[in-house]
Design a protein around this ligand. Structure first.
Ligand SMILES: [Zn+2]
Length: 117
């Protein structure tokens, strides 16, 4: 992790806890969790009240990585590229993958090279 990314991580966590905590009516609730995080350049200890902890859980569960194109139906791998080709088993996935594999099988059955792939 680069130094900039480490600063951003800690700043984002501190900002999240402060922003969500500011929405709670006073007095602030007692912490339900304490989050310690250490990077190569800094460390933070953050007390999480119930609403902050719940908001953090929701934020983490709702995050969708733009690189996440689903799970390979052949090997279960999680690394499908934007063309839905699995980086682990190199097979195309989904309906597109089935069409490609059927076409390749037809070519192979007729002794034709599968140059269309
Ligand atoms: Zn796969």
């Amino acid at each position: 992790m680069s130094g900039q990314a480490e600063h951003e991580l800690l700043a984002a966590l501190r900002g999240f806890v402060a922003d969500i905590g500011a929405l709670e009516p006073p007095p602030a609730g007692a912490p339900v969790a304490h989050l310690e995080i250490t990077t190569g350049i800094d460390r933070a200890g953050l007390d999480l009240t119930g609403p902050v902890a719940e908001a953090l859980v929701r934020a983490l569960r709702e995050y969708h990585d733009p690189r996440d194109n689903g799970r390979c139906e052949h090997c279960g791998g999680r690394r499908l590229d934007t063309h839905l080709i699995c980086a682990d088993c190199r097979r195309p996935n989904g309906v597109f993958g089935r069409l490609v594999m059927e076409r390749a099988a037809r070519h192979a059955a007729h002794g034709e090279p599968d140059t269309d792939l």
